[in-house]
Design a protein around this ligand. Sequence first.
Ligand code: ADP
Ligand code: MG
Ligand code: MG
Length: 252
Amino acid sequence: MLNIKDLHVSVENKSILRGLNLTVNAGEVHAIMGPNGSGKSTLSQVLAGRESYKVESGSVDWMGQDLLAMPIEERARSGLFMAFQYPIEIPGVSNAYFLKAAVNAVRRHQGLPELDAMDFLKRVKSEMKAVGMKEEFLYRSVNEGFSGGEKKRNEILQMTLLEPKLAILDETDSGLDIDALKVVADGVNRLRSPERALVVITHYQRLLDYIVPDYVHVLAGGKIVRSGGRELALELEERGYGWIGESAPAPK
Ligand code: ADP
Ligand code: MG
Ligand code: MG
């Protein structure tokens, strides 16, 4: 599904990712862990196509296509979903309008008929109930004035409505209380299916008590320095990142 090969990325002439390799197949849940500043968000930003991140070399194959050559909207329409560490606010655009436009863009891409207002409202209201969001959030501007926890719930709402093929969640757990954490985990777990893959980026192992990953990777110094099963996350929880950091080159 996703195949990242020897990816090198720089930001403002500073090299951040330095030879990252990662393969994600349908049906798998991967966790990417690693110390602060190791390049985890850089990876999600470059996959999303943010301009300031410069790909120096390497390749990203996304379902047989060159992801790095795809326009940003095309990446989303083709079933790639990103939840960012700091979700953006869109003043003046209602959450309902935004969600409906996003869902219908994906449906058009899949050759499905668009949802009309009634069908959409029915779906969105039932999903909102599942993530514990009040209906009034439909009529507020996207993320504007939302608390941290409300933004994260909104990201999960977007994700469950869009039913992506691959969802990448960047520290969707940071700063969350236990209830919001469970909402995130439930949302992810409800999406788990043999046709779909999930990549959960997290600094802490706490989220992985609720989302049990098939694979755990440690990103340090701009590349994946260790991969294993769930036990690797538990080991990191116990021993910290120090014992792994040694084996990786320090960022310049
Ligand atoms: P992580 O998510 O693992 O904490 P990041 O990918 O956010 O790490 O950051 C990796 C490194 O890249 C850090 O040293 C950070 O300061 C730098 N970096 C990331 N984005 C930018 C940017 N837009 N401008 C300058 N430096 C950046
Ligand atoms: Mg960070
Ligand atoms: Mg980050």
